[in-house]
Design a protein around this ligand. Structure first.
Ligand SMILES: *[C@@H]1O[C@H](CO)[C@@H](O)[C@H](O)[C@H]1NC(C)=O
Ligand SMILES: *[C@@H]1O[C@H](CO)[C@@H](O)[C@H](O)[C@H]1NC(C)=O
Ligand SMILES: *[C@@H]1O[C@H](CO)[C@@H](O)[C@H](O)[C@H]1NC(C)=O
Ligand SMILES: *[C@@H]1O[C@H](CO)[C@@H](O)[C@H](O)[C@H]1NC(C)=O
Ligand SMILES: *[C@@H]1O[C@H](CO)[C@@H](O)[C@H](O)[C@H]1NC(C)=O
Length: 622
C-alpha cells in the first residue's frame, strides 16, 4: 500500500538543500518556513523550479544527488536510500522535465510531495455513455439459498522471511537477515515461523490461509483477490523477483474456488509505476503478461488476453459480470501519471468499463467491480474519482457491489447520487474494503460473503482471522476462526433492525449505520477497532470520528474530508515509524503531527548543511 517513504523524504530534503545550493541558505529556510506555515502554493512552485533544473541535468545526476542527500540526512538506511531513489528517481525526473509550473500537474505534485497547495477543482469532464440511465433500480432479494464468495487481499508475501531473523530492525519490514547481527541465532528478537506485525507474511501463513479457506468455504462460487502480492521491501524490487513472487502466489492459490484477481500497486518494479498506454512506454508490460498468464486458468484465454493490455478484464460467472479494473491508473503514487497534461481517461480504461457495464445492462446481468485501491480514498486522484463516480451513478441498477483492498484495514465506503445531500434514499453502492492477510496492520484476515444467487446482492460479510496473540500461534500454527458477522454486529443497531438472513446489506443500510456511528460512540468505536481486527485499538472521538464517518460516506474522493497537512509525507513516514513501534496511525485523525515532524527536521539541520555542500559540488562538476 505504501509509497516509497525514503524517496519522498529525500525529495523533501533535496528541496531544502538544492535551493540553497543555487541561491543561499536563506532561501532554504524561507522554503522551510513556507512548508511550515503552509502559506503558499507559490512557494512550492519555487521549489519545483529548482527541482526541474536538477532534472534537466539528467537522470544520473538527479538520482545521485537525491541518494546522497537521503544518506546524509539519515532519512533511511544507505541501501534503502540507494535502492528507492534509484528505482523511482528517473520517473520523477521525467515528470519534472515535462512539467509546466504552475499547472494542474504541478499543483498535484505539490500536494503529493509536500502537502502544499489546495486541491485544484476537479477538471469538468462528462463521461460519454451509449444510452441514458434507465429508470430501473436495485432489484429486491430473491430469498433463494445464498451462495458464498471468498475475499482476501494484500497478502504481501515475503519469500525472504526467515524464522529466527530479528523482527526488530531499522527497515520498513523486518524478519530478514539484512545483517549478520539480524540473522537467526544472532539476535534478541527472533521471529516465529508464522509471521509478525513488523514483517510481511511468511509463505507458511499464506499456505495456512488457503487451507483455511478450502475448509471454511469449500463450496464458494468464486474468490476475489484484490491484489498486492509483493512484499514491502520496495527498495530491492526487480522484474525477475516480482515475476517469481506473482507466479508463486498464484500457484499456491490453485485449488481455491476460481480466483478473480486485480493488479496491486506492489506488483510492478519500481513499485506503483504503471505507465498509461499513451506514453507508449511498455516498461511494465511484463506485469500484465505475468498476471494474465496466471489468471487465464480461471478467467479463460479471451479475458486473459484483454487483461494483457492494461491489467483490466471481465469474466462472466452465472448471471454476474465481474469487472476487474487497474486502479493504479488513478493512484497518486503512480508517478507516470504526472504528465504535462494529465489524461481524463488513462489507457482508455473508463471507456472500456462503460462498455462492459453497458453490455451487462443490455443482457440483464448484474455486475461486480473489483480493484485494488478504493476509488474514494485520499490516494485516488479527485478528477479520476469524479469520472468513475459518474459511471457508478449511470450503472447503479446493474452494479451489485464493489470490492477493494489496499488500505489493509476493514472498512466500507458508500457512493451517492448526490454527495451534498447524502441520505439513505440516494445511497447507490457499497464498497467492501477487505482487511489484509499481511500482519503489518493487525491479525491476518479474509472474508466470506453470503450472496443472493439471483441479484448477487451482499447478504452478510463474515470476517475470519488468525489470532497472532494466541499463545500457541507460533507453535501449533495459525488457527482461523470467525471474528464477526456484519449482519450480527451491525444489523440490530439500525432502525428498523436488519436481522433477516435473506435481507441484503443495501447501500441504504450502510448509510443508516453511519448515522448510528454519529450518535453511538460505542458502535463507532467497535467499528474502529475492527479495522485492525482488534490488534491496535485506538480511541477516535470528536473530529477524528467526524472525519472518519465523512470518509465512509465518500466513494468519491473529493468528498472524503481529507485535509491537506503541510509536510503530509513526513507524516506518512512518521506513521511507518510509529507502526514499527507497534502504534498504528498515531495522529492520523488529529492533523496536529506537524510540529514534532518539523522539530525532527530542525534537529537534522547540521546534516542538511552537509547535504547542501554535496549538492553544490555536484552541480559544479557538471
Ligand atoms: C528494538 O531494539 C532496540 C535497540 O536494541 C530496543 O531499544 C527496542 O526496545 C527494541 N524494540 C522492541 C519492540 O523490542
Ligand atoms: C532481484 O532481486 C532479488 C531479491 O532481492 C535478488 O536476489 C536478485 O539478485 C535481484 N536480481 C537482479 C537482476 O538484480
Ligand atoms: C444535490 O443536493 C443539493 C442539496 O439538496 C441540491 O441543491 C442540488 O441541486 C442537488 N444536485 C442534484 C444534481 O440534484
Ligand atoms: C486474540 O488472542 C488474545 C490472547 O488469547 C485475546 O486476548 C484476544 O482477545 C484475541 N483477539 C481476538 C480478536 O479474538
Ligand atoms: C434507513 O433509515 C430510514 C429512516 O431514517 C428508514 O426509513 C429506512 O427503512 C432505513 N433503511 C434501511 C435499509 O435500514
Amino acid at each position: 500500500m505504501k509509497l516509497s517513504y525514503a524517496f519522498l523524504w529525500c525529495l523533501q530534503a533535496l528541496t531544502l538543500t538544492s535551493a540553497a545550493a543555487i541561491e543561499n541558505r536563506d532561501l532554504a529556510s524561507t522554503i522551510l518556513g513556507e512548508i511550515e506555515s503552509a502559506a503558499s502554493c507559490a512557494g512550492c512552485d519555487a521549489v519545483l523550479d529548482i527541482l526541474k533544473l536538477l532534472a534537466a541535468l539528467g537522470n544520473t545526476i538527479f538520482v545521485k544527488t537525491l541518494t546522497e542527500i537521503c544518506i546524509l540526512a539519515k532519512a533511511d538506511d544507505k541501501d534503502v536510500c540507494t535502492g528507492a531513489v534509484g528505482l523511482e528517481g528517473p520517473i520523477i525526473a521525467q515528470d519534472l522535465r515535462a512539467m509546466s509550473i504552475p499547472s494542474h500537474t504541478s499543483q498535484l505534485f505539490c500536494i503529493t510531495f509536500f502537502g502544499l497547495c489546495p486541491y485544484p477543482p476537479v477538471t469538468p469532464y462528462t463521461v460519454p455513455f451509449p444510452s441514458p440511465k434507465p429508470p430501473t433500480s436495485r432489484p429486491v432479494v430473491s430469498r433463494q439459498l445464498p451462495i458464498q464468495v471468498v475475499h482476501f487481499s494484500d497478502i504481501h508475501v515475503d519469500p525472504f522471511y526467515e524464522t529466527g531473523a530479528s523482527y526488530n530492525c531499522t527497515k520498513p519490514i523486518c524478519c530478514r537477515p539484512y545483517t549478520s547481527a539480524e540473522a537467526p541465532g544472532n539476535n534478541k528478537y527472533p521471529a516465529g515461523p508464522y509471521g509478525n506485525t513488523k514483517c510481511d507474511a511468511p509463505v507458511s501463513l499464506e499456505d495456512s490461509m488457503y487451507a483455511a479457506i478450502k475448509q471454511i468455504a469449500p463450496n464458494a462460487a468464486f474468490t476475489l483477490f484484490t491484489g498486492d502480492i509483493v512484499d514491502h521491501a520496495v527498495w530491492l524490487t526487480n522484474q525477475t523477483q516480482n515475476i517469481k513472487d506473482i507466479n508463486d502466489a498464484y500457484t499456491r492459490m490453485s485449488g481455491l474456488p476460481p480466483v478473480y484477481g486485480v493488479v496491486g500497486n506492489h506488483e510492478s518494479s519500481p513499485t506503483n509505476a504503471f505507465p498509461p498506454t499513451a506514453l507508449k512506454n511498455n516498461v511494465e508490460q511484463w506485469v500484465y503478461d505475468t498476471l494474465s498468464a496466471d489468471w487465464s486458468q480461471w478467467i479463460g484465454s479471451t479475458s486473459a488476453s484483454a487483461a494483457d493490455k492494461f491489467g483490466a478484464y471481465s469474466v462472466i460467472n452465472g448471471n454476474l459480470r465481474v469487472i476487474s479494473i487497474n486502479t493504479n491508473l488513478y493512484y497518486g503514487g503512480n508517478y507516470w501519471l504526472y504528465e504535462k497534461t494529465m489524461e481524463a481517461d488513462p489507457s482508455g480504461q473508463f471507456a472500456w468499463l462503460v462498455s462492459e457495464l453497458q453490455a451487462a445492462e443490455n443482457s440483464g446481468q448484474r455486475a461486480y467491480i473489483i480493484g485494488h485501491m478504493p476509488m474514494g480514498m485520499g490516494d485516488a486522484f479527485r478528477d479520476a474519482s469524479n469520472y468513475y463516480s459518474q459511471i457508478v451513478n449511470r450503472y447503479s441498477a446493474t452494479i451489485a457491489a464493489e470490492f477493494w483492498g489496499h488500505t489493509h484495514t476493514d472498512q466500507f465506503q458508500i457512493a451517492y447520487s448526490n454527495y451534498t445531500a447524502q441520505s439513505y434514499s440516494n445511497a447507490l453502492e457499497t464498497s467492501y474494503i477487505c482487511p489484509s492477510m499481511t500482519p503489518t496492520s493487525g491479525h491476518p484476515a479474509f472474508r466470506v460473503y453470503s450472496i443472493d444467487p439471483v441479484t448477487y446482492g451482499v447478504l452478510d460479510v463474515t470476517t475470519y482471522i488468525a489470532n497472532l496473540s494466541d499463545p500457541n500461534y507460533q507453535t501449533t500454527g495459525p488457527v482461523w476462526t470467525k471474528y464477526y458477522s456484519a449482519k450480527d454486529a451491525y444489523g440490530p443497531l439500525v432502525t428498523p433492525p436488519l436481522t433477516d438472513p435473506a435481507a441484503e446489506l443495501t447501500p441504504a443500510f450502510w448509510h443508516n449505520l453511519t448515522t448510528v456511528f454519529e450518535t453511538s460512540p460505542t458502535a463507532f468505536q467497535d467499528y474502529k477497532n475492527r479495522q485492525t481486527r482488534g490488534y491496535f485499538p485506538t480511541t477516535c472521538t470528536g473530529t477524528c470520528q467526524t472525519q472518519e464517518i465523512c470518509a465512509i460516506r465518500a466513494a468519491e474522493s473529493q468528498y472524503n474530508c481529507a485535509t491537506i497537512t503541510p509536510g503530509i509525507n513526513f507524516r506518512k513516514r512518521d506513521e511507518v515509524i510509529e507502526r514499527s513501534q507497534g502504534v498504528i496511525e498515531v495522529g492520523e485523525c488529529e492533523g496536529s503531527i506537524l510540529r514534532p515532524i518539523l522539530a525532527k527536521l530542525a534537529a537534522k539541520d547540521g546534516l542538511l548543511e552537509e547535504a547542501v555542500l554535496k549538492a553544490r559540488a555536484m552541480y559544479r562538476k557538471k
